[in-house]
Design a protein around this ligand. Structure first.
Ligand SMILES: CC(C)(COP(=O)(O)OP(=O)(O)OC[C@H]1O[C@@H](n2cnc3c(N)ncnc32)[C@H](O)[C@@H]1OP(=O)(O)O)[C@@H](O)C(=O)NCCC(=O)NCCS
Length: 159
């Protein structure tokens, strides 16, 4: 049962982000916890807490004056599908919009991979207003055989 949800900035004591990732082996390869550790230090990151326990996290990077990218988002395996991801993402998108960001990108595993676990992930992005714009394979830095789906969401009109 969800008792009390809150979103706050990621703090140094929140090493629990790596623990959340390790409990999602169908979604993240072994190299990801180290990359997330670097990215939470370099970029902006938040956690969602449920009665004080970290239940999810998100990392966003500013790419330009009006553009940003969601680098990572994950909800603890046992608590997925309860609206936590939507709550966390909404908080961050509101923050980015208030900071002058107009367009947000996310890269995820493309449908053409045929990999079932990411069907729910793409449904999550589409339900939250992200539009599939392009598929890039191979994407530099991604493992061969992992076609990247590029999704974007507008936070305000740009013309
Ligand atoms: C993707 C993730 C962050 C979404 O968080 P969540 O709390 O599970 O998602 P929500 O409960 O907010 O779901 C929002 C929408 O996503 C879609 N969705 C979520 N889980 C789904 C599932 N198992 N199957 C189909 N659609 C699903 C639905 O459209 C849902 O809206 P609805 O409840 O109105 O139907 C989370 O599931 C997760 O950590 N996944 C594994 C890691 C991952 O894929 N990270 C993103 C990499 S790009």
């Amino acid at each position: 049962m969800t008792l009390m949800l809150a979103v706050r900035r990621f703090e140094a004591r929140d090493a629990s982000a790596a623990a959340i990732i390790r409990r999602l082996p169908d979604y993240f390869t072994d190299d990801v916890p180290a990359k997330v550790d670097q990215d939470v230090a370099r970029h902006e990151a938040w956690v969602l807490t449920d009665s004080g326990m970290v239940a999810g996290f998100v990392v966003a990077a500013r790419k330009s004056a009006a553009g940003a990218e969601i680098l990572w988002i994950a909800v603890d395996a046992a608590r997925r599908g309860c609206g936590h991801g939507t709550r966390l993402l909404s908080h961050v998108l509101d923050h980015l919009a208030a900071a002058g960001i107009s367009v947000v990108e996310v890269k995820t595993l493309d449908r053409s991979s045929g990999y079932r676990p990411y069907e729910a992930t793409r449904a999550f992005w589409e339900r939250n207003g992200f539009v599939h714009l392009d598929t890039i394979d191979p994407l530099p830095g991604w493992q061969p055989g992992s076609p990247a789906a590029i999704y974007v969401a507008a936070l305000r009109p740009t013309r």
